[in-house]
Design a binder for this molecule. Structure first.
Ligand code: FRU
Length: 744
């Protein structure tokens, strides 16, 4: 499994085991099925503590150090951890305040932690364990005369997973009377290369549960099995079995009792047959499997898209989590938006490719997931192209295939293809992978057809020797790839495209960008990118990441359209995160050279209702609010104004203050401050306000500020005021917008 490194600039710093709390909120207290030593009894690792139930506590790791245990290497440090370590997901399920956690210094560290000798005096040794399941490398061991007589490990093998410790035990009745030692081993350096252990106890009583590999069979009559989800519950590995063979495994926060929401699992393909769901472990007495329901209808279909925190003109998945847009492509008259989707969780995990289509870039219909995790790993980000000449042989000249190029993020992490000739059902290519691992964690292929050299080109994020690089590969057929060149300094989700430079007849330049949206402008000879600018800042807001642009727009269109992941957290909703509005990218000619501009696509005009035009007006200090009486929940505001010297022109949109400071030519909003230079004395401002965020465009698109923001539902007011002088408005238009979702 790859070790993907954390990205300080990403609010969802990567990865595998290391999602911050905001992204993966893990368990509340887990239901303990074993009765361990009650709190207040400290073993202090001296091997003789007997708790009130007569159990012998071998170690509870509540002390400041490991006592008489000996540590080697750098994974364990000098004493127990107190929960999660820097860069780690929330850790829970341990007892008291301390535990052994070998994530110290990340997954790369290794070592052992060994107890002094003790006598096995009870038939059972119980413990709490979590972390990686890397055979022979992440383990808790029982040693007798230096031989390993028992071994246990965590449960995680894939990116995602859970840092919850679970109760387990060994039956050691055959070893009673022997002298033994416990050893905790971390010899793994990649993803999930750590082990968590707590509360090791000798007991006379056989600990209850957990129930391992419980199953429930279903005769499939309906399209969906509804899985009960409780956000933060311990993650269970839920495997869908058909004819006894595993089809897909997901980590699911299964609810015992009333769920927060229902996650539909589409089993329509197996209608009139039978499927089985298997859960890796459940606490004794759990009713989670019984709670699963069968339903033809999507859960709460009536309330869909009307939820209080549903962005009304920003795409979000019906259920679950989204991150990156993937495979943006125009095919057979439709725009396709694939996306990183966790169908079974509110946080990141179980990476599928979700799928939505639109005929106008504004109204999206979510279909269903097209790529599910498989033995090569979870389905990480990638792109889509229309293979017009059928170079791949995956379609025909008459029916060119739509080809998805994605990362399968197992170990190794590899690049793969899936294709469809009708744009609905996708088949993974039987010859996958098409590009083997370059280095661990390489990912996010963004493929395009390079007409001058008549070949496909794939920029791919690759880390080599701790340098973040974009490596370019070339292929005649999407299946065979050779290395072309590399450009350093970009982290994940590259995009690379050519744009005309506005106003310079015939000049076209290439833009290299990646997840942060920083970019460089330069030339591309079919093999190598030669930058002509330093690295330039991209968006100026927050919560914008991993954007990509559409492939295969009709030549008559000529635009380059981008959609970004908009990190709009929606607590309490059965879905989380969204996408930005589609953005048109251009290269403007500025005194400093060509610079990217972002503007909302014109198609969004279809959402306008009740336009209010205020014409040319002046706003001076103390003037009445020109927008008094204009109320709107969903807002588009457009203003072209000339601010007086050193004025502050303040637009208040549903409680968000957007201030243009003429003195410094900066725009301030929600704690952000961005340069927004006047263009010939004018500031042209566009503001979109949805239930979950603002998108602000200033300086003719040179400044793009996306901001997650949840206005109070009662506040639908708009206002403009000016401080320190007069602002002259050449035009001022406000549009109330309609929802882009279908009417109920
Ligand atoms: C960016 C990213 C990609 C990866 C995907 C996994 O947000 O980390 O690099 O492919 O998300 O979901």
């Amino acid at each position: 499994m790859p070790h993907l490194e954390s990205n300080p600039s990403s609010p969802r710093s990567l990865l595998l085991t290391k999602r911050p709390a905001g992204r993966l909120i893990l368990a509340l207290a887990m239901v303990m099925t074993l009765r361990f030593a009650s709190s207040g009894v400290r073993a202090d690792n001296d091997l003789v503590v007997i708790d009130h139930q007569g159990d012998r506590v071998i170690a509870d790791f509540e002390g400041p150090d490991y006592g008489r245990w000996t540590a080697t290497g750098d994974a364990f440090g000098s004493g127990p951890a107190r929960g999660a370590l820097p860069g780690q997901m929330a850790v829970d399920g341990f007892q008291g305040k301390g535990l052994v956690n070998s994530f110290l210094n990340g997954d790369g560290s290794t070592g052992t932690l060994t107890s002094p000798e003790f006598r096995i005096e009870r038939p059972y040794i119980a413990f709490l364990i979590g972390g990686g399941r890397i055979p022979g490398k992440t383990a808790l061991r029982l040693l007798v005369e230096d031989s390993v007589v028992r071994e246990a490990s965590g449960t995680n093998t894939q990116p995602g997973g859970t840092e919850t410790l679970s109760p387990e035990f060994w039956d050691v009745s055959d070893l009673q009377g022997r002298t033994a030692r416990i050893q905790i081993v971390d010899q793994a350096t990649g993803g999930w290369g750590h082990i968590n252990v707590d509360q090791i106890v000798q007991s006379d009583r056989k600990p209850a549960g957990p129930t391992l590999n419980a199953t429930r069979a279903f005769q499939v009559k309906d399209r969906y099995l509804l899985l009960p989800i409780r956000n933060g519950a311990p993650k269970r590995v839920v495997t869908l079995l058909v004819n006894g063979s595993p089809v897909v495994r997901n980590d699911v926060e299964l609810a015992d009792g009333a769920p927060d929401w229902w996650a539909p699992m589409d089993v329509g393909a197996f209608k009139n047959g039978s499927v089985t769901l298997q859960v890796d472990r459940l606490p004794a007495g759990s009713t989670a499997l019984d709670g699963i329901q069968s339903s033809e209808a999507y859960p709460d279909a009536g309330g869909l898209y009307r939820e209080p925190l549903r962005g009304q003109f920003h795409f979000s998945p019906r259920r679950g989590w989204n991150n990156d847009p993937n495979g943006l492509v125009f095919f057979n008259g439709e725009y396709h938006l694939f996306f990183q989707h966790n169908p079974y969780g509110w946080g990141w995990g179980n990476m599928h490719w979700g799928h939505a289509v639109s005929r106008d870039l504004v109204h999206w219909e979510e279909l269903g997931d097209v790529l599910a995790p498989d033995p090569l790993g979870p389905m990480f980000s990638g792109s889509a192209v229309v293979d017009l000449q059928n170079t791949s042989g995956l379609g025909s000249k008459e029916h060119p295939p739509l080809v998805l190029i994605y990362t399968a993020a197992g170990d190794p992490t590899v690049q793969c293809l899936a294709s469809s000739t009708e744009g609905r059902r996708f088949t993974k290519y039987s010859g996958n992978p098409v590009l083997r691992q370059v280095t661990s964690g390489n990912r996010d292929p963004k493929v395009f057809w390079h007409a001058p050299t008549q070949r496909w080109v794939m920029p791919l994020y690759v880390e080599t020797n701790k340098v973040h690089t974009i490596q370019f590969f070339g292929s005649p057929n999407l299946k065979d790839w050779t290395f072309l060149s590399r450009t350093d300094g970009y982290y994940e989700c590259p995009d690379f495209f050519e744009l005309p430079v506005a106003g310079s007849e015939g000049t076209r330049k290439w833009v290299l960008t990646a997840a942060s949206s920083e970019y460089q402008v330069g030339t591309f000879d079919g093999t190598r990118f030669t930058p002509e600018t330093p690295k330039l800042p991209g968006h100026r807001g927050r919560g914008f990441y991993a954007a990509q642009t559409f492939s295969d727009l009709p030549a008559s269109d000529g635009r380059r359209i981008q959609i970004g992941w908009f990190q709009t957290e929606t607590k309490g909703m059965p879905f989380n995160q969204s996408m930005t509005v589609p953005l048109e990218l251009r290269l403007a000619a500025t005194a400093e050279g060509p610079r990217l501009t972002w503007t909302p696509v014109r198609e969004l005009e279809a959402l306008r209702k009740s336009p209010r035009s205020f014409g040319a007006i002046q706003v001076a200090p103390g003037n009445p609010n020109p927008l008094a009486g204009v109320n709107a929940e969903l807002v588009e505001l457009r203003a072209d104004f000339e601010p007086g010297a050193n004025t502050e022109t303040i637009f208040t949109i549903r409680g968000a203050r957007i201030t243009y400071h003429a003195g410094t030519q900066e725009l301030a909003v929600q704690g952000l401050r961005a340069p927004a230079p006047l263009q010939n004395g004018h500031q042209r401002l566009i503001v979109f306000c949805d239930r979950t965020g603002l998108e602000i465009f200033a300086s003719d698109g040179l400044t793009y500020i996306p901001v997650p923001f949840q206005p109070a539902s009662a506040d639908q007011s708009l206002a403009i005021e000016c401080l320190g002088g007069t602002s002259k408005f050449g035009s001022l238009d406000v549009f109330e917008l309609r929802s882009a979702w279908p009417e109920p």
